[in-house]
Design a protein around this ligand. Structure first.
Ligand SMILES: C[S@@+](CC[C@H](N)C(=O)[O-])C[C@H]1O[C@@H](n2cnc3c(N)ncnc32)[C@H](O)[C@@H]1O
Length: 221
């Protein structure tokens, strides 16, 4: 089987993308495990992970490196964080999640993955975790909330390094079910621009996720 490195730690294997399993033999969300050249890879399912969907749809700015420090908002039970954890093997992923039920699975997962730090907290109150983490290279947000852009910007202003990259997964239906997704995406982009950020890339997540847009940005200065 042939394996090509697409981005740091992200491989094309057959028609799939995959990451090298940090925790050999263990699946996280029922994904397929395959062995190539004596190494084990986890197939990254784009229907289960919006970051996977963005990569499949041609994402160009992929900032994750082996030593990246990442703040992840809306970590849920850890599906996407687990792939980032396979990539940032010498880095740290602070995973904020406010659902105690999801947090239980996340804590369990973090036992095997030392680069993941679970934080049971509310991403709309970023000062709550001020004393728990340092400035990060990447801020990733996937909270499916009506004020998702606002909380994303607030967290970036507090935690993102000046040269850092922000990635937000915008779910239009969480903002307003009655408006067209296109209009909502335009408005959210405008909020980021007037908030002092430069949008580097926009990736529609169809057909993997309906009415979702990934936006990649950085500070405009
Ligand atoms: C779409 S899911 C995230 C899926 C996950 N990012 C992945 O790809 O594996 C959204 C998550 O955000 C969490 N969430 C929503 N609002 C939040 C908030 N204010 N603070 C922290 N977590 C929040 C929800 O509990 C839910 O688990």
């Amino acid at each position: 089987m042939e394996k090509l490195e697409k981005f740091t730690g992200v491989y094309n294997i057959e028609d799939h993308i995959a990451t090298e399993n940090l925790n050999t033999g263990k699946k996280v969300y029922g994904e397929r495990l395959i062995e190539v050249d004596d190494k084990e890879y986890r197939i990254w399912e784009p229907r289960r992970s919006k970051l996977g969907a963005a990569i499949m749809n041609g994402m160009e700015t992929f900032p994750f490196k082996t030593d990246s420090k990442i703040l992840y908002l809306g970590a849920s039970s850890g599906t996407t964080p687990s792939h980032i954890s396979d990539i940032a093997t010498n880095g740290t992923i602070w995973c904020v999640e406010f659902s105690p039920r999801m947090m239980r699975s996340l804590v369990e997962l973090s036992r095997d993955r030392v680069n993941m730090v679970p934080l049971l907290d509310d991403a709309t109150k970023p000062r709550n975790y001020l004393h728990l983490l340092e400035k990060v290279d990447i801020l990733y947000s996937d909270v499916a909330q009506s004020k998702q852009s606002e909380l994303f910007m607030e967290n970036m202003r507090l935690y993102l390094k000046p040269e850092g990259i922000g990635i937000i997964m915008i779910k239009s239906r969480s903002i307003d079910v009655t408006q067209s997704p296109k209009k909502i995406f335009r408005e959210e982009e405008k909020k980021l621009k007037t908030g002092g950020f430069k949008v580097l890339e926009k990736i529609n997540l169809e057909p993997y996720e309906k009415d979702h847009l990934a936006m990649v940005c950085k500070f405009a200065f």
